[in-house]
Design a binder for this molecule. Structure first.
Ligand code: MOS
Length: 735
C-alpha cells in the first residue's frame, strides 16, 4: 500500500474535476433547484437595533398579489433551540418572542408565487416598535463584558519580571474593524416537506449540521431530513452555522405546504450570515538588546451579539507563536446590539496576527535588527503552552526560502530609503503560526466490476478543490487512474463529515478516505484469502501495493490481479468499505500541536503626496504539510492573499453609530480587493508530510490570509516611517 514516505510532498496540479460541470452550467447551486409548485420567500427586517415589536400589521401584505403566507412571531409556532456544535451554540431560533436584538433582525417572512411578489409584499408590512437605546460601541460602559469567554486565556512565567528585564519595550493599541464574509453566491435555501420528511438545499459548509439543527428545532427525526449542497458559491465561514433564514424557509414550507425558496439579497448577506467582529487590542513586547523576547502581554476586546458565543480568541496567537518565557494573553467580549458574528477566514488569527506581527516589526526596528532575524532568534521548536514538540514545523524554511525568493537581502532597513521614481518602496514581512484542527470524519469507498470506484462523504467543496483532491487521493490509495474514480459529496445521506472550515477538512476527510480505501483493499484480500486461483491468496494488507487497477505483492508486480478479475471470479458486482478518521490525540485544552506555518513577504509602493498605497508583490512561503495538488493549494494561498489585501486596505463594515444600521451593505460600498489591487503573487510550499495523521496533510485554507495585513503595514512603515495600527490602511492614514 501507499506509504507516507512514498507519497510526494507536493502532488501534481490536476485540473479541477468539477470545472467542466461549473463552466457548462451543469453544476447546480442551492438556488438552482426547483420543485413543482415551488413558491418564493422574502424577509422583513427590523429597522431598529433594540427594543420590542409593539404591533405588526401584515394585512396589506397578506392581500397583496400572489401572497400565500406572512409569518411573524405572533403566528410562528414554538420552535426549539438548535444544538450545541463544535463551533459553539446555534444562533437564537427566530420568531420566538417580540424582542429586537439588532438592526436587520428578521421579523417576518412572506411567501408568494414569485420572488418579486414576495419582496413587494414584504415592503408592505408595517411595524410599531417600542425602542430602547441600542448598545453599539465596544467601549460603552453599560455593555456586558464577558471575561475569558472560551477559557483560552493564558499566563506563563512572570510578565512583570520579564518587562523589568527588557532593554526595549514596544507596543500599543491596534484596531481591526468588522469585516463581512461575502461569498459570491448569495446564500440560498430551498425546503420541501413530504409529511414529516424534509429535503433542503442550502448554501452550507456543513450539511450534517443543518440536518441536526433542523431536527432539533422542528422536533423531527434526523433520519427524515436530507440536506444537499453538492455545489455552493463560496463560504469564507458564512456557511458554517445554521442561520435563522434557513429555519424560517423550512418553517414557511411547512406552513404553506409547498416547497419554498429563499435567496438572500446582497444587503441581507451583511446582517444574516455572520461577520468577522471588530477588535481593539493592546499588545506590549519586551526584549533584550540582543533581541531575545522577555515578555509579551496581549489583550483583545471584541464585540459579540447579545445572545451568542462566537469563538474568536484574538490574543491566543501571542501565546503560541514564539519562544518567550513570560506571556499573558486575555480576551474579552462586549455584548452589543449587532448581528451575530461568525468565523470569517482565519477567525481570531486574522485580527491577532496583525497586532503581534506589527509589534514585532516595531521591535526589530527599535533594535536595529532584521525582522526575519528577530523571528528566527525567538523561534519555538515546541508548542509553548503545551511543552510538546510540533507534529512538524518548517517555519524556519518559510522565512529563509521566502526571503530568498523575495529578494529580502536587497532591503535597506532605513525607512523611506528605497524609491522608484516618486513612489516610496517598502518591504515588509510577517510570520504565521496557524493552528490546525482536525475533527472526526467518515467516508465510504466502493469498487465496481468495471474497475471504477465511487468514494463519498457528506463534506462540501466551497470552491476550494475538495472534489479534485479527494479524487486524486482516492485514485492514489486504490491504485487507479483518476479518470476511474468518482468522488461525491454534499449530501447528508452520505457518511458523516465535519464542516469545510477551520482549515481542517482536507486532513479530516483525507484520512477518512485513506482509511476507507485501505479497508476496501482488505475486503478484496479477504475475498481471495482461500482462493487457490489468486496470486494474492493469503496476502496480508501490509504485503501488497496497488497500481494500474491491480493489487499485487509489494516488490513483485506480476504477483497480483485486477479488482475486476477478483470481482468477476467471485460473482460480485462490487465491494465497499467504510473508513473513519480520528483527530490526533487532543491535549484536553482545545489546542493541537499540529499547525500550518507561513511567512509573507510584501512589497508596497506609497505615493507620499497623494497617500496612495499599492501592493506590488507578495511572496508566500507556506508549510502546509503534504500538498495533495499544487494547483488547487496554490489557488488557496493566492485567494487567501487577496482576502488579506482586502483586510489590509479595503474591507470595513460600517455600522451607523446612532441606529446600528449597516451603512455600506452593498458591493458598491463595501470595498474588496479587485483585479487592479492584486499584484504578482508567488507561492512556494516548504516542509513535507506532517506526522500527525496518516496522509500527512495540514490545511491551507486560512494560513494564506493571515499575516498579509501585518506584512503590508510593516512594508508601509518601511516605505514611510509611519506605523499603522488601525485597519484598513486608508489614504488619510498616509497623508
Ligand atoms: Mo472557515 S472561517 O473556517 O470557513
Amino acid at each position: 500500500m501507499t506509504t507516507l514516505e512514498a507519497a510526494r510532498a507536493v502532488g501534481p496540479g490536476l485540473d479541477r474535476v468539477d470545472a467542466p460541470m461549473k463552466v457548462t452550467g451543469k453544476a447546480h447551486y442551492p438556488n438552482d433547484f426547483g420543485y413543482p409548485g415551488l413558491v418564493h420567500a422574502a424577509l422583513v427586517h427590523s429597522t431598529v437595533a433594540a427594543g420590542r415589536i409593539r404591533g405588526i400589521d401584515t394585512s396589506a401584505a397578506e392581500t397583496a398579489p400572489g401572497v400565500q403566507a406572512v409569518i411573524t412571531h405572533l403566528t410562528a409556532p414554538r420552535l426549539e433551540p438548535g444544538p450545541m456544535t463544535l463551533l459553539g451554540a446555534s444562533p437564537p431560533t427566530p420568531f420566538q418572542d417580540d424582542r429586537i436584538l439588532h438592526h436587520g433582525q428578521h421579523i417576518a417572512i412572506v411567501v408568494a408565487s414569485s420572488p418579486e411578489q414576495a419582496r413587494h409584499a414584504a415592503s408592505l408590512v408595517r411595524v410599531d416598535y417600542e425602542r430602547s437605546e441600542p448598545l453599539l460601541d465596544v467601549h460603552d460602559p453599560r455593555a456586558t463584558v464577558v471575561e475569558n469567554p472560551w477559557g483560552l486565556d493564558s499566563d506563563r512565567g512572570d510578565v512583570d519580571a520579564g518587562f523589568a528585564a527588557a532593554d526595549v519595550v514596544v507596543g500599543g493599541t491596534f484596531t481591526t474593524p468588522d469585516n463581512t464574509n461575502n461569498p459570491l453566491g448569495l446564500m440560498s435555501t430551498v425546503a420541501s416537506w413530504n409529511g414529516d420528511s424534509l429535503t433542503v438545499h442550502d448554501s452550507t459548509q456543513w450539511p450534517h449540521n443543518v440536518r441536526a439543527t433542523l431536527a432539533a428545532v422542528f422536533k423531527v427525526p434526523e433520519s427524515g431530513i436530507r440536506v444537499l449542497a453538492p455545489y455552493v458559491g463560496g463560504g469564507f465561514g458564512a456557511g458554517l452555522r445554521v442561520w435563522p433564514h434557513v429555519i424560517l424557509t423550512v418553517l414557511a414550507a411547512r406552513q404553506v405546504g409547498k416547497p419554498v425558496k429563499l435567496v438572500l439579497t446582497r444587503p441581507e448577506m451583511f446582517t444574516s450570515v455572520g461577520h468577522r467582529p471588530d477588535s481593539v487590542q493592546q499588545i506590549r513586547i519586551g526584549a533584550t538588546r540582543a533581541g531575545d523576547l522577555t515578555a509579551i502581554t496581549h489583550e483583545g476586546l471584541s464585540s459579540v451579539a447579545m445572545e451568542d458565543d462566537d469563538y474568536e480568541p484574538v490574543s491566543l496567537c501571542s501565546a503560541v507563536s514564539y519562544a518567550c518565557p513570560n506571556v499573558r494573553t486575555q480576551d474579552r467580549q462586549v455584548r452589543l446590539n449587532i448581528p451575530c458574528p461568525g468565523s470569517m477566514r482565519g477567525p481570531a488569527e486574522g485580527q491577532g496576527n496583525f497586532a503581534l506581527e506589527s509589534a514585532l516589526d516595531e521591535l526589530a526596528h527599535e533594535l536595529g535588527m532584521d525582522p526575519v532575524e528577530l523571528r528566527l532568534r525567538n523561534y519555538c521548536e515546541e508548542h509553548p503552552l503545551l511543552g510538546l514538540p510540533w507534529s512538524s514545523k518548517a517555519l524556519r524554511d518559510c522565512y529563509l526560502q521566502g526571503a530568498e525568493r523575495f529578494g529580502w537581502s536587497r532591503r535597506d532597513p532605513r525607512p523611506g530609503s528605497m524609491r522608484d521614481g516618486r513612489w516610496l518602496v517598502g518591504y515588509g514581512m510577517a510570520g504565521v503560526s496557524y493552528p490546525h484542527y482536525q475533527v472526526p470524519c467518515q467516508a465510504r469507498a466502493s469498487l465496481h466490476r468495471d474497475g471504477s470506484a465511487d468514494v463519498r462523504s457528506a463534506a462540501t467543496d466551497i470552491g476550494t478543490g475538495t472534489y479534485t483532491i479527494m479524487t486524486q487521493l482516492s485514485a492514489e490509495q486504490l491504485g487507479l487512474d483518476v479518470s476511474r474514480v468518482h468522488f461525491d459529496l454534499g449530501d447528508s445521506d452520505m457518511p458523516y463529515a465535519p464542516q469545510a472550515g477551520g482549515s481542517g477538512l482536507t486532513s479530516a476527510l483525507g484520512n477518512a478516505v485513506g482509511a476507507a480505501c485501505r479497508n476496501l483493499i482488505r475486503e478484496f484480500l479477504d475475498v481471495v484469502k482461500d482462493d487457490a486461483d489468486s496470486p494474492l491468496r493469503g496476502a496480508a494488507p501490509d504485503e501488497v501495493s496497488v497500481s494500474g487497477g491491480r493489487i499485487h505483492r509489494t516488490g513483485a508486480p506480476d504477483q497480483g490481479e485486477s479488482y475486476t478479475d477478483i470481482l468477476t471470479r467471485h460473482g460480485l458486482e462490487e465491494l465497499s468499505a467504510d473508513g473513519r478518521s480520528t483527530p490526533p490525540q487532543p491535549d484536553g485544552g482545545g489546542m493541537a500541536t499540529a499547525g500550518a506555518f507561513g511567512a509573507k513577504f510584501v512589497e508596497v509602493r506609497v505615493d507620499p503626496d497623494l497617500g496612495l498605497l499599492r501592493v506590488a508583490r507578495v511572496v508566500s512561503a507556506i508549510d502546509g504539510g503534504r500538498i495533495l495538488n499544487e494547483k488547487t493549494a496554490t489557488s488557496q494561498i493566492v485567494g487567501g492573499t487577496v482576502g488579506g489585501i482586502g483586510q489590509a486596505m479595503f474591507e470595513e463594515t460600517a455600522t451607523d453609530p446612532g441606529t446600528g444600521r449597516i451603512a455600506n451593505a452593498t458591493f458598491g460600498d463595501y470595498l474588496v480587493a479587485v483585479n487592479a489591487d492584486v499584484p504578482d503573487m508567488e507561492v512556494i510550499f516548504v516542509g513535507g508530510p506532517d506526522r500527525a495523521t496518516p496522509i500527512g496533510t495540514k490545511g491551507v485554507g486560512e494560513v494564506g490570509l493571515v499575516g498579509v495585513a501585518a506584512a503590508v503595514a510593516n512594508a508601509v512603515h518601511h516605505a514611510t516611517g509611519r506605523r499603522i495600527r488601525s485597519l484598513p490602511i486608508t489614504i488619510d492614514q498616509l497623508l
